[in-house]
Design a protein around this ligand. Sequence first.
Ligand code: PSU
Ligand code: MN
Length: 296
Amino acid sequence: MIEPILSDDVAQALAEHRAVVALESTIFSNLGLPAPANADALELCKQAVREHGAVPAVAAVLDGQAHVGLSPDEEKRVLQGTRKVAERDLAVAQAQGWGVGVTTVSATVALAHAAGIPVFATGGIGGVHRGSDLDVSADLDAIANHPVITVCAGAKAFLDLPRTLEYLETAGVPVLGWQHDWFPAFYTRSSGLPVPHRVDDERMVCDVLRFRARPETGVLLTVPIPVDDEIPAERIDAVLTAALEASARAGVVGPAVTPYVLARIEKETDGQSIPANLALARNNAAVAARIAVANA
Ligand code: PSU
Ligand code: MN
């Protein structure tokens, strides 16, 4: 069983039924963003959550124990983390006493559920990878199996976005567009694929969570990157193709694929992808906090 340790501020907020937003830690580690952008992202996201009236709760595994809500010293350890923990790895990381395990969307959604936190913010979710090798991120199953609203900027276009949407449909996950009609593709506001349902305010998102058919299922809320921070689709498409080719040439497989491709994208854009990444992560955290406040 997962019984995360809660930080005092998170435990107190939950006890008082105040708004809390769970945050994943892979994005803040070296696997998600290079230093010092990872530390900036962490500060910006926490600040955005607080500015909108909620308490941030970063998830991670430290010394074999799952945590939700970290102290400043624990956050510093997370920034250096290099071991990725998906939902299935939570058990192994605890059994083997991993020093620092950074949680992906799937592990964080599971921990948020265990902690009783219904709202979670991230940058982009994993999805169905392109090609026929059955590489489907565990993020999708976790979102389908934990009653948590995941707030994200869609998924990166190096994934197979049409199949990702099909998978979520099959899994029974409501997919919503925040004041937007299109499924966002992380760096770009639209993937060209319509989002199944548009929502325009916090209340409606909370109502979808309340009324959904399967009580164990989550909700995916997609928020497009702010207009001024968008990277033009033509530019990013070439970069994503190059990054995928590099990953195939290097023979990267399994959980290593996503961090490898992310690092390649940074290289191919000379770091220009990083400010866009920070902007969208912060924006998602702000929207998540508004929803958490409305839900509390
Ligand atoms: N997409 C991003 N940045 C990230 C990730 C995805 O733009 O940091 C991370 C998230 O933690 C996500 C994980 O949950 O990668 C998905 O990995 P995989 O494809 O191995 O399931
Ligand atoms: Mn995978």
